[in-house]
Design a binder for this molecule. Structure first.
Ligand code: NAD
Length: 499
């Protein structure tokens, strides 16, 4: 064990302080391997700091601490008291909202105003939402068919699973941590969490606040590190009973395999997407333009439910494209900390390069570039908001997730709803979808036939703490948010009494 050894960074006259060590059993400790990694500010490519990387041995220490907390203090605490600590962390996040939003912004490139409202704002909401659930988890009585009912009582109990692993990506660092961890803890589990190596700083600040909130030692363990080392150790650990994962489909496969080859731990996977947005000519055109812009460019396209394909009915196609291009020209790209910036840098350099190649491939395949398509000629990982038209279903740009600010527009020319739904379903993903039309019957038929976990009708991006969120097909399985998320972190025991 070592003394808490914080990093202090000054940004816009604000002093940001956070740990650079691992958080295990209520203490900040150094990694056994001594390995460190650099955190880069994507707005100027400078090094913010170096932090510790957790090794396999560190994961093991954390699992032991989490097991002790699960067998002891956390399970013995009343659900109401557990909920009270969760409300307290929400209050602390709220009190530190500006500092957290600044930290998230320099670490991930998120625009400050969005980080404040969404990255941090929704994190606070989700802690409050699940704090309220902590003392409302219950089973049910079950009428049984094979025996005399008045001589038998069958009932279920929902119980926590034990030590859970949580592994998250870089697009909404604190929010992804919060979506999963709040449900996990409300259900009565303890946690070993690995934030992304690409934007881990708000998770470390969260660790510090969790001590102030009063979580007993070992309930929350936060271990930054690389996917192939720390993530793999969590996925393979025999005493971790569940892994909640958000990230790419490729890593989702690896996590499933690790579960299968270790202890068959329960897994929930929130993976990639290529979500279709279908715009009919009877829609409110201005609203559909506004919502499509948000659907694609929100959080610089680093949004899992980003509308990766926009299908526009041919009668309004040209007008739609013209309006979108006009709006794209108004997007202010710049320093994410400036209050009037709309669009900040992409999260990291490899991602920027991926987007550059993605656009090249789209052009090579015949998609037509209307605007954008290149990085800004300045330091920082800035990539222009981009619009392609003439996208055909077989093209790379129609099938592969960009996870960046790239709108891929296709035309559909008949009013045959089933034909466009078939096209909308023609990727291996099934995360989200949207439709714009005044014909509510058409919209509901779309909702019925589309193979996606979320459907937005005449709106987009309306994610809510109470609304279950998660995908189908290779977008994964299991839900975050809402009551369904709790069930991901509970096991059901069935008890029968004969009397
Ligand atoms: P990623 O899969 O590369 O990494 C996600 C996390 O997994 C990171 O913490 C990483 O360190 C870890 N990891 C990597 N290899 C691992 C391994 N072998 N074992 C265990 N852990 C490992 O994904 P990313 O690039 O960070 O995030 C982008 C992806 O996340 C996109 O595909 C996006 O669509 C998806 N995403 C999905 C949702 C959703 O809710 N469906 C939300 C946000 C992001």
């Amino acid at each position: 064990h070592v003394e808490y050894d914080p990093v202090i960074v000054e940004v816009n006259n604000m002093k940001l302080q956070f740990a650079k060590q691992l958080f295990i059993n209520g203490n900040f400790v150094n990694s056994e391997s001594g390995n460190t990694m650099e955190c880069i500010n994507p707005a100027n490519e400078s090094v913010i700091c170096s932090i510790q990387c957790a090794s396999e041995a560190d994961v093991d220490h954390a699992v032991k601490a989490a097991s002790r907390a699960f067998e002891g203090e956390w399970s013995e605490m009343s659900p109401r008291d557990r909920g009270a600590i969760m409300y307290k962390i929400a209050d602390l996040l709220d009190e530190n909202r500006e500092e957290l939003a600044t930290l998230e912004s320099i670490d991930s490139g998120a625009v400050y105003t969005l980080a404040l409202k969404t990255h941090i704002g929704m994190s606070i909401d989700v802690w409050r939402y699940f704090a309220g659930w902590a003392d409302k988890i219950h089973g049910q009585t079950v009428p049984i068919s094979h025996a005399r009912p008045n001589r038998n009582l069958t009932f279920t109990k929902k119980e926590p699973i034990g030590v859970c692993g949580i592994i998250t990506p870089w697009n909404y660092p604190l929010m992804m941590l919060s979506w999963k961890m709040a449900a996990c803890l409300a259900a009565g589990n303890t946690v070993v969490m690995k934030p992304t190596e690409l934007s881990p700083l708000t998770a470390l600040k969260f660790a510090e606040l969790s001590v102030k909130a009063g979580f007993p030692a070992g309930v929350i363990n936060i271990l930054p590190g690389l996917g192939i080392e720390t993530g793999r150790a969590i996925a393979e650990h025999p005493d971790i009973r569940k892994v909640g994962f958000t990230g790419s489909t490729a890593t989702g496969h690896t996590i499933m395999k690790a579960s299968s080859e270790s202890n068959l731990k329960k897994v929930s996977l929130e993976l990639g997407g290529k979500s279709p947005l279908v715009i009919f000519d009877d829609c409110d055109l201005e609203k559909s333009v506004r919502m499509s812009m948000g659907g694609v460019f929100f959080n610089k396209g680093e949004n899992c439910i980003a509308a990766g394909r926009v299908f526009v009915e041919s009668s309004i196609h040209d007008q739609f494209v013209e309006r979108v291009v006009e709006e794209v020209k108004k997007i202010k790209i710049g320093n994410p900390l400036d209050r009037d910036t709309h669009h900040g840098p992409q999260n990291h350099k490899a991602h920027l390069n991926k987007l550059i190649n993605y656009c090249k491939k789209a052009k090579d395949e015949g998609a037509v570039l209307k605007i954008g398509g290149k990085r800004l000629d300045q330091p920082g990982y800035y990539f222009e908001p981009t619009v392609f038209t003439d996208v055909e279903d077989h093209m790379f740009i129609a099938q592969e997730e960009a996870f960046g600010p790239i709108m891929a527009i296709s035309k559909f020319s008949s009013s045959n709803l089933d034909a466009v739904i078939k096209r909308a379903n023609s990727t291996e993903y099934g995360l989200s979808s949207g439709i714009f039309t005044k014909d509510i019957g058409k919209a509901l038929r779309f909702a019925e036939k589309i193979d996606a976990g979320t459907v937005f009708i005449n709106t987009y991006n309306k994610t809510d703490v109470a609304a279950p969120f998660g995908g189908f097909k290779r977008s994964g399985f299991g839900k975050d948010l809402g009551e369904e998320a709790l069930n991901e972190y509970l096991k059901i025991k069935c008890i029968t009494v004969e009397y």
